[in-house]
Design a protein around this ligand. Sequence first.
Ligand SMILES: Nc1ncnc2c1ncn2[C@@H]1O[C@H](COP(=O)(O)OP(=O)(O)OP(=O)(O)O)[C@@H](O)[C@H]1O
Ligand SMILES: [Mg+2]
Length: 301
Amino acid sequence: MKIMAFTQISEEERDARVRKIIPKDHFTSINNSENRIVITGKGGTGKTTITATLSYLLKEKHHVLAVDADPQMNLPYAMGMDKNAAKKVVPLNMQVDYIEERTGARPGSGWGEFLSLNPDVSDVVNRFGIRIDDMMSILVMGTLHKSGIGCLCPENDLLDAVVRHISIRNDENILMDTEAGVEHFGRAIAKGFGHAIVVSDVTFNSVQVAASAMKLAWDLGIGGIHLVFNRVENNMDEIDELLNEINADFPYTVDMIPYDHNVKTVNPSVKHLMNEENSFLPAVKKLLTKIYPEIKKENYS
Ligand SMILES: Nc1ncnc2c1ncn2[C@@H]1O[C@H](COP(=O)(O)OP(=O)(O)OP(=O)(O)O)[C@@H](O)[C@H]1O
Ligand SMILES: [Mg+2]
C-alpha cells in the first residue's frame, strides 16, 4: 500500500481527499446556537487538548466559557490553571449547599418531596465559573449522570439545568469537553449547541465511536458536525478507507490534525503551544475557521 505522510501532500490535496458535500449555506443556517460547541469522541483521542486550544484561539477576540463535563476534570490543567489551584476546584455536582438551595434537596438525602425540576441556575457561571483571565473562564461540572436514564437526584437535576442554562447564554462562546463516548448527548446538551466536534484516532474502533457520536448529534438536532482525525502521521490512505466506513446520510466536515511531539512536551497545559512553531496549531486554526466562517474575516493568522 502507498504510504503518504501528512506533510508530504499539499493542503489542497488533503482537502480534496476528504471533501464532503455540504449544502450551500448549511452552516450559516444553524441559527443562534453557532457559538456553542460540544467536543466528543473516543477516550484519549485528544478532546481536552483540542478544547483548550480552541479556547485559547477564540479568546484572542471573544469571551470564552470552557465547560468541563468530563468527570476526570482535566480541562483546568489543559487551560493552564495552576496545578495547586486546579486540584482544589470543587465541581458543581459537589456544591451541596448550592444544590440544596436551588433544588430543595440535599445530594445523598434521596430526592425529597420538594425537588424542583427546573431550578434557577442563572447565577451559576458568576458564582462557580473560574476566571483564567479577562477573556476566558472555566466551569467544572463533575460527573454528569447519563440523561434520561439517570436517577431523579438533586445533583443530576442541577447539572441538567446548568446545561440548559448554558444553552441560552449569548454573551460568550461555549466549548464543552465531554467524557469519552457518546452517552452525554442527552437532549439537554444537544439543545442549543450548534456544533459537535467529534475527535477520532486513525483507527477502525475510534472511527466507529465517532460515527455513532456524529449520528447521535445529528439526530439530536446539532447542525454542524465536524469529524476531526487527530495525531495523523503516515496514514493518509488509512483515512480514505476509514471515511468509507462512515456512511453518514447527513453533511459533515472533515479535518486532520497532525501528530506533533510539541503537544506531548507541553502537556498538560496547551498555553505554551500558542507562541511556538508547531504543526498542531495551524491545523486547529483551520478547524476553527471552518466552524466560524466569520472568524476567517477576522484574520486569525
Ligand atoms: N496532535 C497531537 N499530537 C501529539 N500528541 C497529542 C495530540 N493531540 C493530543 N495529544 C496527546 O494525547 C494525549 C491525550 O490527549 P487528551 O487528554 O486531550 O485526550 P482526551 O480525548 O481528552 O482523553 P480522555 O478521553 O482521557 O479525556 C495527551 O497526552 C495529549 O498531549
Ligand atoms: Mg479529556
